[in-house]
Design a protein around this ligand. Structure first.
Ligand code: NAD
Length: 256
């Protein structure tokens, strides 16, 4: 299948080979996409170059700290000069203080709340604004959410509230950008063992609950998230925008 042939896809948020963003990148490449990446830490940049070399894939890789508007502007200016046009963006970025991912949500500090919102939700708005300028022929933006944005999930706390803002932003961005044929959708992924997930207290219990309760009786992996992301990036989903698709083995449909 070459559903992404001829498309240039920017992936924001690969830290290492376990990252959901890397699972998406692998599937997007297999479906024919030309890839570009942004990274924040030097370590992530090194990891991306190493992974690309291992897979023998050539891609544009640029630095971008999503908390800094100048960094976002510089990154998209560089992407524009190197690639011209982009067709898709995968926003796979989130961060919160570890102390805010355990215990009671009511204890969240103002600083911790704003940090989570800034990196995990506002970054989609800023990235979409920058990406729009490189999407002259329309495009597709996909972000990664979690059930904790819809329900009060133990320990997910401040990140759940950020995911609620992220999913709402998907709808508002879809409304704004639709006239330019830029679509904005989210995937609500089941739990996957990654660097970011390690910060959530009791994460192993969540993985076990999935195996026990999800209709598919198992966890999902980044490749399965990559497949649905590829669908959302492709013209197969050309009539869809503002949607949140669950890739969670059906866990979200289950009652008590
Ligand atoms: P990850 O740690 O591999 O990826 C998170 C990425 O965010 C990293 O690449 C990190 O460098 C980047 N990031 C953090 N701060 C940044 C900043 N200031 N500027 C730019 N980038 C920054 O973890 P992941 O699980 O692959 O997370 C990717 C997305 O998937 C996140 O939005 C996460 O909430 C979401 N998600 C994860 C799970 C899961 O169980 N792992 C489930 C559902 C949704």
């Amino acid at each position: 299948m070459t559903i992404l042939a001829g498309k240039t896809i920017l992936i924001m948020g690969v830290a290492n080979k376990r990252s959901i963003g890397w699972g998406v990148a692998m599937r997007a490449a297999q479906f024919g996409a030309k890839l570009a990446f942004t990274y924040n830490s030097d370590r992530a940049g090194e990891q991306i170059h190493k992974l690309l070399a291992e897979e023998d894939i050539t891609a544009t890789v640029v630095h971008c700290n999503v908390t800094d508007d100048n960094s976002i502007d510089a990154a998209f200016a560089q992407l524009g000069s190197e690639l011209g046009n982009i067709d898709g963006v995968v926003h796979s970025i989130a961060h919160a203080n570890v102390e805010d991912l355990q215990g009671e949500y009511v204890a969240t500090s103002r600083e911790g709340y704003l940090l989570a919102q800034n990196i995990s939700a506002y970054s989609l708005v800023a990235s979409a604004r920058a990406a729009r300028t490189l999407m002259q022929h329309g495009g597709s933006i996909v972000t990664m959410s979690y059930l904790g944005g819809e329900r009060a999930v133990d320990n997910y706390n401040v990140m759940g509230v950020a995911k609620a803002a992220l999913e709402s932003s998907v709808r508002y961005l879809a409304k704004d950008l639709g006239k330019e044929q830029i679509r904005v959708n989210a995937i609500s992924a089941g739990p996957i063992r990654t660097l970011a997930a390690k910060g959530v207290r009791g994460f192993n219990d969540v993985l076990h609950a999935m195996e026990e309760k999800a209709p598919l009786k198992r966890n999902v992996d980044a490749k399965e998230v990559g497949d649905v992301t590829a669908f959302l990036l492709s013209d197969l989903s050309s009539g869809m925008t503002g949607e949140v698709l669950h890739v969670d083995g059906g866990y979200h449909i289950i009652g008590l």
